[in-house]
Design a protein around this ligand. Sequence first.
Ligand code: TXA
Ligand code: MG
Length: 365
Amino acid sequence: MPSPPTTPMFYNGASELDLTAAGEALRAGKLIAFPTETVYGLGADATNADAVRKIFSAKKRPQDNPLIVHLSSPHDVQTQLLTPLPLPAAAARLIAAFWPGPLTLVLPLHPQTRLAGAVTAGLRSVGLRVPKHPVAAALLARAGVPVAAPSANLSGRPSPTCAAHVMRDLGRGGVLEGVVDGGEGELFCGVESTVVDLSRGEEEVAVLRPGAVSAVEIEAVAGVRVRRYVGRDYGEGERVVAPGMKYRHYAPRAPLFVVKGGRLGEEIEVWRGKGEVVGVLGEKEVCERVGGVEGVRTVVCGGRGDVGSFARELYKGLRAFDGEGELSVDEVGVILAVPPKDVDDGIGEAILNRLIKAAAAGSIS
Ligand code: TXA
Ligand code: MG
């Protein structure tokens, strides 16, 4: 019997042949990482229990955290025994408006589903999504099976936004069969999909995780009241701890604090006073303001008012503090992250959410 590969295969997302080979590998129960319009996913045939088990061990992911099932077309919802039909009216409206795209719908699980139990972590609901990224869409169509795919990072690390991030986190374990490369700069969002819970009926629709599709848009399209996740407020330059956080998330090694722009100078002085080298993550204008200060290392995410670029560069920026990639900076003792101004809805809200989670992780490390 051949031994498992120690170095993952590299598939070119622009090559039909490579996409077909990667699709066959998925069907054969192998793990394949691939680009989506949000972040890279670590995919496995969602109907194959052994394949799904490999996702949890490769990522070191807690077993009770369910996976999103990726479909090549909204039509698969009708044909694959995923959720009972007909769909709730709000779900049908959201699918018509936002699929393919960065929106995950949590729906009741079909009682006769073929999905492996580990995909839904034993819950009676399932998260479904149809990605818009052309490479993801082409791969899923070739795979011909529903594909369970969490973000392709080690559990607790920032999500991957390029193939190199995937290789860094998962390249050495021998369990990743290959990575489909989507090329440079082609991810549209850079943060994970919006997750909306529709499994408790139309009275209790909730955004479980903010993303590019905003709560305001969801409410308008679904025609129902939508609850937002809690924890959107953050303190004035104080250490941020999001209460009730179960898992470490999105976190670089150094502790991270979310700081409002107006308090940055003061906070830098506090930490420098303690003898720390201070990392600053923020918009170009914010970084320019403090970049010349001794003992400060800056990592730029976007520019003033451009929340889209901030989101696309966020995870690469967080990884730079761990010495990864072309933005890599020398080691820092603490990271001060300045979110963009507009964090009320949509992508800005998603950025603040991820920074707060990274801060909470830092506080317990
Ligand atoms: O953009 C994305 O969603 C990316 C790409 C690869 O598609 N995937 C992703 O997967 O972010 P992951 O596993 O890192 O995050 C999935 C989130 C988790 O917070 C999980 O708890 C939640 O979705 N989730 C999945 N199924 C669920 C369910 N049945 N009920 C509640 N939450 C669920
Ligand atoms: Mg993840």
